[in-house]
Write a protein that binds this ligand. Structure first.
Ligand SMILES: Nc1ncnc2c1ncn2[C@@H]1O[C@H](COP(=O)(O)OP(=O)(O)OP(=O)(O)O)[C@@H](O)[C@H]1O
Ligand SMILES: O=C(O)c1ccc[n+]([C@@H]2O[C@H](COP(=O)([O-])O)[C@@H](O)[C@H]2O)c1
Length: 218
């Protein structure tokens, strides 16, 4: 599953988990994008932060892994190169590429789009606010799947942080704390309060934990 993951949220995780289960996949590899061709000029958070948030979000699931292959590849990164590298590294594997309904129609405009279908089977998942549209896509190369509707986007998460609103339950707890620790998504002048924000959130979390456990964690 490729994505900017800026930040990774429960929409990504629920879709990945339900596809893994439905297609009986051994593993879902999350591939945070390097320099994505369609997002150049947009402000995208440093790849290392996006990678680490994805690692934190997926750490508890033994079927989820995160790859550095795109963020370590110099220059613009294209899915065709990622699929070629995966095919080389995993010659016997059956490869699938998971995308949301918003991304699916764009695939025809991707680099070497004609070749993508021979390297992986694409799985387009439902996403609130977007129609699942197969127009122009090869029927044999794409499957559609309905997943639990999670009306969450990274854009909304970033806007909420910037506006001082909580993102608890939209992203995993560890990602909430990571965002606060590094002051991500705050206007430049406010990013310095990140550390305090994290301490406050951790203190709030601990207030709900029985004192015995807080004591043991000291
Ligand atoms: N809520 C969701 N439900 C299903 N699929 C999703 C959802 N959010 C994202 N996806 C899919 O996950 C992949 C990675 O998405 P991405 O990292 O761009 O997140 P995003 O929420 O779409 O971000 P942004 O709001 O910044 O565009 C894409 O294929 C996207 O369609
Ligand atoms: O290969 C391409 O030309 C291409 C162009 C745009 C996006 N992609 C991939 O599409 C996936 C979703 O991207 P995004 O930025 O919407 O999260 C991600 O894996 C990108 O690398 C790929």
């Amino acid at each position: 599953m490729g994505g900017t993951f800026d930040p990774v949220h429960h929409g990504h995780l629920v879709a990945a988990s339900e596809v893994r289960d439905a297609f009986n996949l051994d593993e879902v590899i999350f591939v945070p994008t390097g320099e994505q061709p369609f997002k150049q000029g947009n402000e995208v958070t440093a790849a290392e932060h996006r990678y680490l948030m994805t690692v934190i979000a997926t750490a508890s699931n033994p079927r989820f892994t995160v790859s550095r292959m795109e963020i370590d590849r110099p220059g613009t990164t294209y899915t065709i190169d990622t699929l070629r590298d995966l095919r080389r590294d995993l010659p016997d594997a059956e490869l699938f590429f998971i995308t949301g309904a918003d991304v699916l129609p764009q695939i025809l405009t991707w680099k070497d789009a004609d070749e993508l279908w021979s390297l992986a089977h694409f799985i387009g998942v439902t996403r609130p606010g977007h129609d699942l549209d197969m127009t122009g896509l090869p029927a044999a190369g794409v499957s559609l799947m309905e997943v639990t509707a999670m009306a969450i986007s990274s854009t909304e998460c970033r806007a909420r942080v910037r506006g001082g609103k909580p993102v608890w339950y939209l992203v995993p707890d560890g990602v909430v704390q990571y965002i606060a620790k590094y002051g991500l998504y705050l206007p430049e002048d406010d990013a310095g309060v990140g550390r305090e924000t994290m301490d406050r959130d951790v203190a709030a979390t601990r207030a709900d934990v029985p004192p015995r456990i807080v004591e043991a964690a000291k």
